[in-house]
Design a protein around this ligand. Structure first.
Ligand code: F6P
Length: 336
């Protein structure tokens, strides 16, 4: 690093409120979290900040499972799914005692600001710390894409690609046996994974919690396809709809054709992150650190209309999730 930049970093150091930041991942892991950790750490170090890595989310924070992080500590992780910092869902942190303990630990380790990578539950935790006066920034990391304020959450793009490659495989075996394949995907109460993967995978029907479905109508479309010589069909069901095996039994009775169920489960949570998730992770990490340096706290970063944006955590958590009806209608027409 040249003399002038060194001098510049030194001057900035003296001025800054924030001298050390902490970073943690919380809740369900998501591909791209490592890209965000890597970016947060390297952008912070580049700006002369010190960085503490907190393992196992808020639970690790309460238990002071913390270590210093240097540039080398985030090498060779951008291509890895999961999270280098590990994660957990912390019941203790839901309590006032747990939150107070977390604050004490942050002070004990001289951490001045915290970057939280996770979903809505993790953001509620970040907001709680900010309400207690501690500077926090949230990075949206969940495969569910269920945070309304941002067009994309980290991990969603990779999870959708994982589902589409599963659909490709299942189409081979369903068409070979002339069967109907029901594929259950994750998403909690949000149908985005099913919707996007269904449209990209060219499936025959998509069932999501946001829209009522009529199984007789699903059966009618399959029978119509069969009359046209289609021997197999793929039906994508978001886990929020529920009971895929029960739906399969009822459908089999309606169409008199073998129906097989595949629950993709945790396959959707892992895997090397897509280009989109790697770049988003890099950009989200950069903006999170910038906000702390600009003394803008209690905010979350996101992407809207291809632009990195940020807003107050509270506002972000209160935004109502919009269902992408256009994609749903398009998938419907294309499956006819
Ligand atoms: O939020 C991510 C997610 O994978 C959801 O899609 C799923 O419903 C849930 O987490 C599973 O939670 P857990 O990992 O605690 O079983």
């Amino acid at each position: 690093m040249s003399q002038t930049i060194m001098a510049d970093v030194k001057k900035k150091e003296a001025e800054k409120k924030i001298k050390r930041i902490g970073v943690l991942t919380s809740g369900g892991d998501a591909p791209g979290m490592n890209a965000a950790i890597r970016s947060t750490v390297r952008i912070a170090l580049y700006n002369g900040l010190a960085v503490s890595g907190i393992r196992r989310g808020y639970q690790g924070l309460i238990e002071a499972d913390i270590d210093d992080m240097q540039i080398v500590d985030v090498g060779d992780i951008i291509n890895r799914g999961g999270t280098k910092l590990l994660t957990a869902r912390s019941e203790d942190f839901m309590t006032e005692v747990g939150q107070k303990r977390a604050l004490d630990v942050l002070r004990m380790f001289e951490i001045d600001g915290l970057v939280v990578i996770g979903g809505d539950g993790s953001f509620k935790g970040a907001k709680r710390l900010w309400d207690m006066g501690f500077p926090t920034i949230g990075i949206p990391g969940t495969i569910d894409n269920d945070l309304a304020y941002t067009d994309l959450t980290l991990g969603f793009d990779t999870a959708v690609s994982t589902v589409v490659s599963a659909i490709n495989n299942l189409r081979d075996t369903s068409s070979s046996h002339g069967r109907v394949s029901i594929v259950e995907v994750m998403g909690r109460h949000c149908g985005d994974i099913a919707l996007f993967a269904g449209l990209a995978g060219g499936v025959e029907d998509i069932l999501v919690p946001e829209r009522k479905f009529d199984l007789d109508e699903v059966a009618r479309k399959i029978l119509q396809g069969r009359r046209r010589g289609k021997l197999h069909s793929i039906i994508l069901i978001a886990e929020g709809v529920g009971k895929s095996y029960e739906i399969a039994e009822r459908l089999e009775a309606l169409i008199h054709q073998e129906v097989r169920v595949t629950v993709l489960g945790y396959l959707q949570r892992g895997g090397t992150p897509s280009v989109t998730d790697r770049i988003l992770g890099a950009q989200f990490g950069q903006r999170a650190v910038e906000l702390l340096l600009e003394d803008k706290f209690g905010r979350v970063v996101g992407i809207r209309d291809n632009k990195i944006m940020d807003m107050a955590i509270e506002e972000a958590l209160n935004e109502p999730k919009r269902f992408d009806q256009d994609k749903y209608d398009l998938a419907e027409i294309l499956s006819l």
